[in-house]
Write a protein that binds this ligand. Structure first.
Ligand code: FAD
Length: 323
């Protein structure tokens, strides 16, 4: 059964987030040969529409307004609901990001539809779209089929392969004017607390530190390795609680859930709550001076040693290969 499926293109600091391209790929599967329409909401975002088309969307609809310069659930839901009303799709896909997690349930509730969140893969089986999503903090996976006729889904970053970019691909980009009214909150400015660099939730490589780094200064060798690898720096709650780094870096049950290609855990014991946020990483390397540390149970490669000796050696070695 072919469907028309919308995809929200998520913009951060003037660029599309990678998860938007992954969402286009997921929407293609759900569309089963039907049309995939990218939706862009914001201020001065229309120039990004062509990139979503190059990644597989058939066309794009753009809603631009000064009041949409920063995300608010009120403003964005008005914009997206107006597009849904015009386009009459049978599904919509979002990234499982802070924005997607906030906006998608609101829209699903408005349309009295269900929502399948945090999807890590999807396939067509016997005419049904079967979604796979983690449960029990990633210890098991469930497969679900949507009973409603409208399919709302959020997809976890870094799990669904985007389609190859085709720069010759073109499609219609339509501007839609929506009157944004009665905003209950207005965002004046967004101040990023986390340091510049690679976004943690979409990073392909993460170098994470725990209480074993011992101080804020102790994160320096992790940052040096991260710079060489083009990686993001993350942390355990132990490191955040000890004030070695900001809570925005926390990975785990009560922090961010990440699935990079490579996760390098430094001085992290491997508590169950930490594993809940990173155990689905494709390759895990653990550096810990305690050979009995729990982190080694989930690690693909373990280095028993002092992180302050091991990390500079790794950084030097990678420099000779990569820089
Ligand atoms: P520790 O357990 O103290 O481990 C430090 C490790 O560093 C040790 O294994 C030690 O051998 C090693 N080490 C020390 N020095 C060195 C060195 N020089 N070189 C190499 N290794 C060294 N935790 C999270 O991470 N994320 C969460 O989201 C989270 N949510 C939680 C939610 C709840 C409700 C609760 C109760 C707890 C939560 N926790 C979470 C906390 C979790 O239980 C652990 O306390 C925390 O993960 C421990 O952090 P850590 O591994 O950095 O510290």
């Amino acid at each position: 059964m072919s469907r028309k499926v919308l995809v929200l293109g998520e913009v951060r600091e003037g660029s599309l987030r990678n998860v938007s391209f992954e969402a286009v790929s997921a929407a293609k599967t759900i569309a089963e040969g039907g049309e995939v329409v990218a939706v862009l909401v914001g201020k001065s975002v229309s120039s990004l529409a062509s990139e979503l088309i190059q990644y597989g969307a058939d066309r794009a609809v753009v809603v631009e307004d000064e009041k949409l310069a920063h995300y608010t659930s009120d403003g964005f839901s008005q914009a997206v609901l107006a597009v849904i009303d015009q386009e009459k799709p049978e599904g919509m896909v979002f990234g499982h990001t802070s924005l997607g997690k906030d906006l998608s349930p609101k829209l699903a509730a408005r349309l009295q539809s269900g929502l399948i969140s945090d999807v890590t893969s999807l396939e067509v089986v016997g005419g049904n779209i079967v979604f796979t999503r983690p449960i029990y903090s990633g210890k098991a996976f469930e497969k679900k089929v949507m009973a409603d006729s409208f399919i709302f889904a959020t997809i976890r970053p870094n799990n669904i392969e985007p389609l190859a970019k085709d720069e010759s691909r073109t499609g219609e980009v339509k501007s839609v004017s929506v009157e944004i009214k009665d905003l209950r909150s207005i965002v004046k400015e967004v101040v990023r607390k986390a340091s510049e660099g690679v976004d943690l939730s979409e990073a392909k490589i993460i170098v994470a530190g725990g209480r074993g780094v011992k101080s804020e200064e102790g994160f320096k060798p992790l940052k040096e390795l991260a710079d060489v690898l083009g990686a993001a720096v993350g942390a355990s709650r132990g490191a955040c609680d000890a004030n070695y780094c900001d809570y925005s870096l926390q990975i785990g049950q009560t922090g961010k859930v990440v699935t990079p290609d490579l996760y390098i855990a430094c001085g992290i014991s491997g508590a169950i709550q930490h594993l809940a946020g990173m155990s689905n990483s494709k390759v895990i390397v653990a550096i810990n001076k305690d050979p009995e540390a729990n982190i080694f149970k989930v690690a693909d490669y373990g280095i028993v040693g002092d992180l302050f000796e091991v990390l500079p050696l790794l950084t030097e070695e990678f420099k000779t290969v990569l820089v």
